[in-house]
Every structure is written in C-alpha cells, then in structure tokens.
Design a protein around this ligand. Structure first.
Ligand SMILES: C=C1C[C@]23C[C@@]1(O)CC[C@H]2[C@@]12CC[C@H](O)[C@@](C)(C(=O)O1)[C@H]2[C@@H]3C(=O)O
Ligand SMILES: O=C(O)CCC(=O)C(=O)O
Ligand SMILES: [Fe+2]
Length: 378
C-alpha cells in the first residue's frame, strides 16, 4: 500500500494523514487485505490501475463541462432536482445549501435517456457517454465489493456486489461542479507545483473558457468570511449508499473529517477513484465535504452504488444476542432512503431506525460515522 501525504490547505485545521492508495493490479489476496484494512482504519481509500478506460472518463468530463458552461436558463431546463435533475446551490429538500451546481441521475438506462433530453442538445451522445461511464464504474464497484465480501469472509461473498449489479439497483450518478470564486483568467500554481495559466477549469478536454462569469455566480468570497475559512461547496455528510466511487479533476476540494472539527484534504488525482465502502459495521462511512477552490473550477463525478428499493437491510445474526440486542430494526432500502431525504445533510441517518430507547447520544459526534453499525444488506 502506498501512503500519499495529504496536502495541508489550512495549517490550523489540517492534521496531515496518509490516504491509502491501492493498486488493483496487485495480487488479488493482497488487494483484498488492503481494502479491508483501509476500510476499517479510515473508511476512505484510493484505487489506481482500476481498469476504467481513460477515454471513457475524459468523454464524461467533457460532457459535464459542456453542460455546466451553459447559461443558467439553459441549465435550469434540466431542473429542478426532484431529487434527480439539475440543481444549483440547494442540496436535498431541507434547506441545505452550498456553492455547487450538480446533475443527479439515476443509473437506470431508461431514466438516463429520459433526462438526457433536457440536459443536452445531443441527447443520444450524452446518454451514451453516461452509459459508458456508469457501466465502467459499476464494473469497478462490483469488483471492489466482491473483494470486500471475500475480505469479510461472508458466507456468500458475492452478495453485496449482486445488489448493485441488480438491474433494479437504486444506484445514482452525480456530477458536481464547483465554480472558482475568481472569474478572470489567472496564473496559479497547481497541485503539482507547476504554474498554470488557468481558465478556471482543469479539464483536459475543456474548451478553456472561463465559465464562472457566464453562470451568474457572484465572485465575492462568501461575504468576506470565506477567504479565511474557505467556502463550502458541499457540506459535511456521510454517503448513505453501499459504495461511493468518486473521481475529480486535478483541483483540490474534497476533505475528510478527522473529528473534532479537523479536516484533511484529499489530494486530487484524476487517474484514481476515491472509494468509500460502507458495510457490515466494520467499515467506516467517513464524513466528508467539498470546498470551493478559489482559483480553479472543480468537477467531481460520483457513482453511488445502492441496492434495489425492495432490498431488506437487517442486523447481522451473529451480532445480535440477548446481551447485545439489535440497536436498529430491519428496514428496506426504500424506507432508509425516504428517511434520509427527510433529514439534513449532516444528520445521522440511522436514528429513525433505532430500537433502543435509552440510548442517549446528545453529542454531535454522529455515531452514524459507523454507518450500518452491525447491519448487513440482505
Ligand atoms: C440533504 C440531502 C441531500 C441528499 C439527501 C439528503 O436529504 C441527505 C443525504 C444527501 C445525499 C448525500 C450523498 C449523495 O450525494 C446523495 C445523492 C444521497 O444519496 O444522499 C445526496 C442527497 C441529494 O443530494 O439528493
Ligand atoms: O465533490 C466532492 O468531492 C464530494 C461530493 C460528495 O461528497 C457527494 O456528492 O456526495
Ligand atoms: Fe458524499
């Protein structure tokens, strides 16, 4: 395992930690061990040599930038998010906001085809590009989940992977665009330390135009406070799905929570995927957020692997005894999702399913950090 140092962006709030980087071309049994260890220890790791073709990624990135570089009236045609569709600054239905615009798509092909009509002037090209990307990342997700199943020594090691391979899976795909705060062409130093004459985005396939000014985004740095604290694009949360595969352009922004208000930036690497696997109580669903980069527009493409709506989620039988009764009642993915959408971004999503009434947890540390604590997808 290679441990990449994280780049501190705010020395007063960043405790540097290493993020595991797992090379998927290594011996399978080693990869299995590394995935389990990384998932238990940090809950977040990167995979390289993942098999998702570069061209597929570049095509998706180009389509995404082409969409976001349009004028607001054009983009709004693909909204409002219900929750699928185009959204700008509003996240979910309960008042969360951030300096982000996004497209949220279901990975079901019929839904992609339907949505593409309002997203692109060439809907066939857009839907094909999304289909190719989603298929490729789904294969990667399946491969990782099969290794998770093996690593956890599940009686049926492929069970988790089958849930997202299922034609009825409720997996979603999200494109997040975080416009830079400065809309003029600037000279910046990029993450590799080289100087960039930047046009506010870092897409290898971008058209090189500054997009922020076209979008009606104001260029002030968040009421003055933003320049000191940083501007939040996508606020603190944990992902509710089984597995997240996140790829961003070469612009820093993603941060993972170390607790106690400390955040560690994840160095961007367009050739890798960040993985957040959530299962079985042994793995951590790490809380994370995305900050706006003042100088350069950031684009993240996120695949969220989820079970079918009717899939039942229940405690692992071996974790439930008379002394340690289940903390949560069984529920379906549909119920869980409905509850998630009734909550704010930062809230603990398992609370509605707690069975143990005298479990007092008034602090803000969110025991849901452990996600499906002692739960299993059935
Ligand atoms: C505020 C919200 C947005 C969200 C649904 C929720 O009510 C709470 C979870 C949020 C989240 C985070 C991960 C994914 O980006 C997402 C699509 C998901 O499944 O849960 C979003 C939801 C969203 O933006 O619609
Ligand atoms: O853009 C990012 O890096 C994070 C996005 C994210 O966490 C999400 O979409 O759930
Ligand atoms: Fe997330």
């Amino acid at each position: 395992m290679v441990v990449a140092p994280l780049t501190p962006v705010r020395p007063d709030c960043i405790r540097p930690i290493g993020l595991p980087v797992i090379d998927l071309t290594r011996k399978r049994s080693d990869v299995v061990d590394l995935i389990v260890r990384a998932s238990e220890e940090l809950g977040f790791f990167k995979v390289v040599n993942h098999g998702v073709p570069r061209q597929v990624v570049a095509n998706m990135e180009a389509e995404a930038f082409a969409f976001f570089s349009q004028s607001p009236p054009e983009k709004i045609k693909a909204g409002p998010p219900n929750p699928l569709g185009y959204g700008c600054k509003n996240i979910g239905f309960n008042g969360d906001t951030g300096e982000v615009e996004y497209l949220l798509l279901h990975t079901n092909q019929a839904s992609i085809n339907h949505r593409s009509k309002t997203i692109s002037k060439d809907p066939n090209k857009f839907s094909c590009t999304v289909r190719e990307y989603v298929e490729a990342v789904k294969d990667l997700a399946v491969e990782i989940l099969e290794m998770v199943g093996e690593g956890l020594r599940l009686s049926d090691p492929k069970k988790l992977a089958r849930l997202i391979r299922d034609g009825e899976s409720d997996s979603v795909f999200r494109l997040n665009h975080y416009p830079s705060l400065i809309s003029t062409t600037t000279t910046t130093t990029n993450n590799n330390g080289t100087v960039d004459k930047d046009n506010n985005n870092n897409s290898s396939s971008s058209n090189g135009r500054d997009m922020s000014s076209q979008q009606g985004w104001c260029n002030v740095v968040n009421g003055g406070g933003g320049s000191v604290k940083g501007v939040v694009g996508f606020g603190e949360h944990s992902d509710p799905q089984i597995l997240t595969l996140l790829r961003s352009n070469d612009v820093v922004g993603l941060q993972i929570s170390l607790g106690d208000g400390l955040w560690a930036p994840v160095s961007p690497d367009p050739d890798s995927f960040c993985v957040n696997a959530l299962t079985n109580g042994r793995f951590i669903s790490v809380r994370h957020r995305a900050m706006v980069n003042p100088y350069r527009s950031r684009l993240s493409m996120v695949y969220f692997g989820a079970p079918p709506l009717h899939a039942r989620i229940a405690p692992l039988p071996e974790t439930v005894t008379a002394q340690t009764p289940s903390l949560y009642r069984p529920f379906t993915w549909a119920e869980y999702k409905k509850a998630a959408y009734s909550l704010r971004l930062s809230h603990s999503r398992l609370d509605p399913f707690r069975t143990v009434a005298d479990f007092v947890d008034d602090d803000d540390d969110d025991d849901d950090q452990n996600g499906f604590h002692a739960l299993n997808h059935l």
